[in-house]
Design a protein around this ligand. Sequence first.
Ligand code: HGY
Ligand code: MN
Ligand code: MN
Length: 423
Amino acid sequence: MNIAPTNLAIDRERLWSTIMQTARIGATAKGGIRRLTLTDLDAAVRRWFIAACEEAGCTVRIDEMGNIFARRPGRDNSRLPIAVGSHLDTQPSGGKYDGVIGVLSGLELIRTLNNAAYETTSPIEIVNWTNEEGSRFAPAMLSSGVYAGKFTRDFAYGRQDRDGLAFGEELRRIGFVGSEPCGAAHHPLAAFFELHIEQGPILEAEKKVIGIVTGVQGMRWYEATVTGTDAHAGSTPMSLRADALLAAARMIEAVHRVATRHAPLAVGTVGLIEVRPNSRNVIPGECFFTIDFRHPEDRVLDEMEKELGTALPAIAAETSVTLAWQRIWNSPAVHFAPECIGAVREAAAARGYPAREIVSGAGHDSAYVAAVAPTAMIFVPCEKGISHNELEKAEPEHVAAGADVLLQAVLSMDSHLAEQGRA
Ligand code: HGY
Ligand code: MN
Ligand code: MN
């Protein structure tokens, strides 16, 4: 695909100040963001985003999952839109850039085209996908998943947070149940590009500015509930205990052992644990915890799951507790569209940015959108690869480079589709 010969360039100061402006919505003392999905803070940043898009001349549509689509018309609006985007929700102690730079670089792209009075052939859309993080409502990428037909809307609406609040009710409460059905059949895209920080150490270590993302590794989430017996910490002999937390601790060690056995490509994490009654002088009678397994190959994830299926029940038996566990999410490994990967690769080369191909360790909405539209991602480095952490840090020039490549990739895709008379 030949690069659209444009001397257009994004306004890096405007992009950076926009990122810092929205970072104030849910800002934490340590310089991060706490903006959990479907909270009032999520609603506030959504309203900010809609107002900014309308000010940039976009028309805004919202679907029944709260996904926001801001559209800039093109010369031929009968064509499918070329979309860019990501997510504005964050982890409980998230950073300023995860998801945010993918949405706001889309706004910057629109602002740049407006300032240059540049008319694309296809319409351009910016998308904010609801609940990418999956921290409050599991699984992750829930709304791009409904859009791609991986989950039904009713399944998504029924997902509950740890306080028992349901996704659908919370979406209604913040006023973002849109009128448009959620799905690629109702809102098809010609292509989708997502700019994101790498959230890993590779680009920084190799002094690369751009990651040409070729796909996303496989991910599986499990939930386990261990049931023992609440009992008095002082008067219950060690031999008579059914200690749910002790059992869970050994199971967590087993998760680590299985992942380490398949390292360096496999990773395994227990990130959420709840102990009941959680009282210092009561032997815990119940423990709930989550398991996150990932690997680039689904067959290895099958092996890891099998090993876990042997280890966990054995630990339950030796600690006199009962175990209930289930897989709640399976996101197979994804390969992005060669034509979109090519557009990113050529855009980075045309701008002279040091780049390398990379597979994403983190999950992204692109993983699901890729099932229903040609998709690729662009990574930029973040300091020491740290993310899902308030100290997450990206350099302005790297974010600007990523937005620049995004602009160029979108414009070359637009020219390519126009030449083909397609979409
Ligand atoms: O879990 C993930 O990889 C993403 O950050 N939701
Ligand atoms: Mn993200
Ligand atoms: Mn994230």
